[in-house]
Design a protein around this ligand. Structure first.
Ligand SMILES: N[C@@H](CCC(=O)N[C@@H](CS)C(=O)NCC(=O)O)C(=O)O
Length: 221
């Protein structure tokens, strides 16, 4: 039975999982759940994921409802090596820490702003939102001053989560490369991955179009 990923291109956590799928070279059926059309609130989707979020992975009778948990499931199941999600407990703890940092901090601020957009209340990025996003950049600059990737010396699934969230944050508070040189350098490295564009180009355009159509946010291209 093929794996099915319920996703939406504009969703950063969906794209983090799609980057993992591309990195692993596995075949997964994508089913788009149109959030604007409230398809995530339909009974048949709620039966799969009562939290009504994308991404949601269905692997036969197993349903996984969080991008970080999905990536941590796919790598051990399909990867020839463990580099994207190390088996070594200490290395894995570093990855897990950054995955939780993404859930609780980085992606959370994008999610809350986008939620305001769906409710028609996202005219401007408020000062407190700018402060949180800037704090996120500061944390990342500190991490990336220590290691070339967010969770250590090599690329892991934590980088997939972080880059998709950071690109969303960058729409709201543009990253000043002179203030965040390590962050900017890491972003360029992520954007240079062979599968980056394939996964992110359409979704980033959709996310920018969605936010700019409802707010005064101006995105330099
Ligand atoms: N922690 C979850 C967050 C997923 C999430 O919030 N997805 C958004 C789209 S980016 C969503 O489905 N929102 C619809 C809703 O919350 O009703 C993950 O990493 O998968």
């Amino acid at each position: 039975m093929p794996l099915t990923l319920y996703m939406e291109n504009l969703s950063p956590p969906s794209r983090a999982v799609m980057m993992t799928i591309e990195a692993l070279g596995i075949s997964v059926e994508y089913v788009t759940v149109n959030l604007a059309k409230k398809e995530h609130l339909k009974p048949e989707f709620l039966k799969k994921n009562p939290l009504h979020t994308v991404p949601t992975l269905v692997d036969e009778s197993t349903i996984i409802c969080d991008s970080h948990a999905i990536m941590a499931y796919l790598v051990p199941k399909y990867s020839r090596d463990d580099s994207l999600y190390p088996k070594d407990l200490k290395k894995r703890a570093m990855v897990d820490q950054k995955l939780h940092f993404d859930t609780g901090f980085l992606f959370n601020h994008v999610r809350l702003f986008v939620k305001k957009c769906y409710a028609g209340r996202c005219k401007i990025v408020e000062d407190y939102e700018k402060d949180f996003i800037t704090l996120g950049y500061n944390f990342l600059e500190t991490f990336l001053n220590e290691t070339p990737y967010v969770a250590g010396d090599t690329l892991t699934i934590a980088d997939f989560s972080a880059i998709t969230s950071v690109k969303g944050m960058d729409i709201l508070v543009p990253i000043d490369e002179t203030v965040y040189p390590k962050l900017a350098n890491w972003m360029r490295k992520m954007e240079a991955l062979s599968y980056y564009k394939k996964v992110n180009d359409v979704g980033m355009k959709d996310l920018i179009d969605f936010i700019t159509s409802l707010s005064d946010v101006i995105v330099k291209t």
